[in-house]
Ligand binder design. Structure first.
Ligand code: HEM
Length: 189
């Protein structure tokens, strides 16, 4: 009889353990890429590091010479937040319009992706999440590349017109939606 009770208890414990594990697996699977990347703070830090890398990369930095950096960072963060299932709505221009007349080559697009991977590695983003993010960005290639060539470091064509800067207020508010209760906590301070 005691043996039977012990066996039943063991089976019960095993079942509870298995159930807990299944529940945790289901929860991890349900998490968006946005959450798995670390949300707002992590995406913001990743984009800042990536932008520094791009601006220091002679293979592509000429393309950014006329552009407004705060605007670019704002929309890049918002776009990645939205595309990875985060709470943002991308409000920038479509990718074809934004990259028009820049003369971006295939080689330059690849260079930018290499810079992004270097940043993701620096932040220890696991390979599955890196691959998921790159798979979201890869289909955009044809909207940006205007020159089918492996060349890098090509100059920015004279007819490229950069977008105007965003209002200071918008930049201050940032690209992510306000968190609930943030007004209250701001008032309390
Ligand atoms: C998957 C790859 C890329 C993504 C997701 C991306 C995303 C963006 C976004 C969201 C904007 C802001 C749009 C706006 O101002 O309304 C932008 C602008 C810009 N991008 Fe990209 N981009 C990519 C590839 C590239 C490449 C390969 C280059 C050059 C080598 C480049 C150079 C620029 C520049 C210079 C601007 C500023 C445009 C302006 O001042 O009007 N981008 N990009």
């Amino acid at each position: 009889m005691r043996k039977l009770v012990c066996l039943t208890s063991l089976l019960f414990l095993f079942a509870v353990g298995t159930y807990a594990q299944m529940a945790q697996t289901a929860q991890t699977a349900k998490k968006s890429l946005y959450e798995r990347l670390g949300g707002e703070a992590a995406i913001s830090a990743v984009v800042d590091d990536f932008a520094q890398r791009v601006l220091a990369d002679p293979r592509i930095n000429q393309k950014f010479a006329k552009s407004n950096a705060p605007r670019l960072l704002y929309f890049l963060k918002q776009q990645i937040c939205a595309a990875t299932g985060g709470p943002c709505k991308y409000q920038g221009r479509d990718m074809k319009t934004a990259h028009k007349n820049m003369g971006i080559t295939n080689g330059e697009f690849n260079a930018l992706v290499e810079d992004l991977v270097a940043t993701l590695n620096k932040f220890n983003v696991p390979k599955p999440e890196q691959d998921e993010l790159l798979a979201i960005l890869a289909p955009m290639r044809s909207q940006m590349v205007e020159v089918q060539s492996d060349a890098t470091g090509t100059p920015l064509p004279a007819n490229f017109k950069p977008a105007p800067p965003l209002p200071e207020k918008k930049i201050k508010e940032g690209p992510f939606p306000k968190k609930k209760g943030s007004m209250k906590s701001a008032k309390r301070r």
